[in-house]
Design a protein around this ligand. Structure first.
Ligand code: NAD
Length: 471
């Protein structure tokens, strides 16, 4: 019988949910073990997700900004780039952040173990080397993995998921992106900016299904200029490696060539929870038909010592939601009276323009048949947007009609992802239109659009004239 190492808390998965939980627990004096099958901490987000994609998106934006600069009298010539150096750039960013995390584990005396783990029973985990870990409590933070439909899983090196696309092995002449969601548009934008001819095929009637259509429109308009083709209401039925490319079979009303050939294909049709190989059948933990671990509002599973957070425990699959839940679970374990009570989980699509929203969206309000008042401030009326040459943006606010309380904020425009934090605070603090309108915003900044969208509720926006109804 091998020795069993005991921990107060074992966390499976060292992503933004897992490591945030580990640090919070260590700060509270718990003896913490943080396990991850990956050699370095940081999870999907740091190694093959948010961080590398944002590093590439930064480069893509530099390229498109340089092109746009011609309109402002600046000509830098055609951007030259070295694909290996670009790869190296994001690699270095990831390495340094990962090293920092490992360093913080050391400082906080969190035991970081590089091993795949599965449950032996409700108190014990077995690691890949056969050793056993017993825990008082365990948090499952194993995240998610890309969905790959069997029709696309043809074993061809030309077919990539998001991880493969981030590797940037080569710059394909023609790239097919299956799925017009977050990943399809972010990585499609990167490849298009670098010079690939990108075709996006989206099954539904619009890009970014679920996002308010008026926020998607300015992005869709810009992407039309950047992408070779965007097919909506179109299905990629199958793909086949021809030896020199990938032939895709497309079904859709507007498709003229139903069997185009591409150099590479990026499949970005969603992600699924990474919960299959955890041995959950040896515990009382319950999963839903999609594989998400079922938890209560304290992120407790049906097994009293086991908690689950982040992508493994349900939508939305966003790193910051995982971080919040990780800290919450630790506080519950520490006996503190707390529960999941976030009213606004911000979401950001990091294209250019960015789209960001928080709290109740106009589409959700419609779906729920909830009566709301919505105001919009178009960036065409913003001085700052004019100086940037980016007047396509819009900022909108969803209000509760009786109280004028801010229920949600949605923004499309350059830098919307940074600006949405004000919206989160407004929703969480139950700010009213007056609160936002009376908070002095610095001029000239894009943040003024939030203040002016709030002023619009009473028709007294400084930079928009609204004629009074005739008497
Ligand atoms: P997604 O759900 O955002 O988009 C998938 C898209 O694929 C949908 O629009 C869907 O209609 C379409 N689709 C499905 N089957 C198709 C088919 N056969 N042919 C054509 N289109 C098809 O999923 P994703 O882009 O893979 O991203 C997965 C998750 O990762 C997101 O939901 C998000 O939670 C997370 N993510 C977040 C960010 C961010 O925060 N910026 C970035 C990337 C990923």
């Amino acid at each position: 019988m091998p020795d069993i190492i005991e921990s107060d808390l074992v966390i499976i998965g060292a992503g933004p949910g897992g490591y945030a939980a580990a640090f919070h627990a260590a700060d509270k004096g718990m003896k913490v073990t943080l396990l991850d099958a990956r050699e370095r901490p940081g999870g999907t987000c740091l190694h093959v997700g948010c961080i590398p994609s944002k590093a590439l998106l930064h480069i893509a934006k530099l390229i498109t900004d340089v092109r746009d600069a011609k309109e402002h009298g600046l000509n830098f010539g055609a951007p030259q780039f070295d694909i290996a150096a670009v790869r190296n750039y994001w690699g270095k960013v990831v390495e340094s952040l990962s090293k920092n995390l490992a360093g913080m584990c050391k400082q906080r005396k969190v035991e970081l173990v590089n091993a795949k783990a599965s449950f032996e029973d409700s108190r014990t985990l077995r690691l890949a080397d056969g050793s056993l870990r017993r825990f008082q409590h365990c948090i499952i933070a194993t995240g998610s993995v890309p969905t790959m439909f069997p029709a696309f899983d043809i074993g061809s090196p030309r077919v990539m998921d998001s991880t493969g696309a981030l590797r940037l092995e080569e710059l394909p002449g023609k790239l097919l992106v299956v799925g017009g969601g977050y990943i399809g548009l972010e990585l499609g934008y990167v490849y298009a900016a670098l010079g690939s001819k990108v075709t996006v095929v989206e099954l539904t009637g619009g890009l970014l299904p679920g996002v308010d259509p008026d926020l998607v429109r300015p992005l869709a308009h810009r992407l039309k200029g950047l992408f070779e083709q965007i097919y909506l209401k179109t299905k990629v039925v199958k793909i086949a490696d021809t030896g020199s490319g990938v032939r895709a079979t497309l079904e859709g009303e507007k498709v003229t060539d139903t069997e185009p050939v591409f150099d590479r294909v990026l499949v970005a049709v969603g992600r699924k929870p990474n919960t299959k190989e955890l041995g959950l059948d040896k515990t009382k933990v319950q999963v839903d038909p999609k594989g998400f671990i079922q938890t209560d509002n304290q992120r407790r599973t049906a097994d009293e010592r086991i908690f689950a957070i982040g992508d493994a425990a349900g939508e939305p699959m966003l790193a910051h939601k995982a971080t919040y839940e990780g800290k919450l679970a630790v506080e519950v374990i520490a006996g503190e009276p707390t529960q999941f009570d976030a009213r606004a989980i911000p979401a950001v699509v990091f294209t250019d323009p960015e789209i960001a929203w928080a709290g109740l969206t106009e589409s959700e309000a419609e779906k729920q048949q909830k009566e709301v008042k919505v105001t919009v401030f178009p960036w065409g009326a913003s001085g700052r947007a004019a100086t940037l040459g980016r007047m396509e943006g819009r900022t909108k606010i969803v209000f509760e009609p009786e109280t004028e309380r801010v229920l949600g904020v949605g923004i499309v425009g350059a830098g919307a992802g940074e600006m949405i934090a004000e919206g989160v605070l407004a929703v969480e603090m139950a700010a009213t239109a007056r609160d936002l309108a009376l908070s002095i915003h610095p001029h000239p900044t894009l943040s003024e659009t939030v203040m002016e969208a709030a002023e619009a509720l009473h028709g007294n926006t400084t930079h928009m004239f609204k004629p009074k109804p005739a008497k």
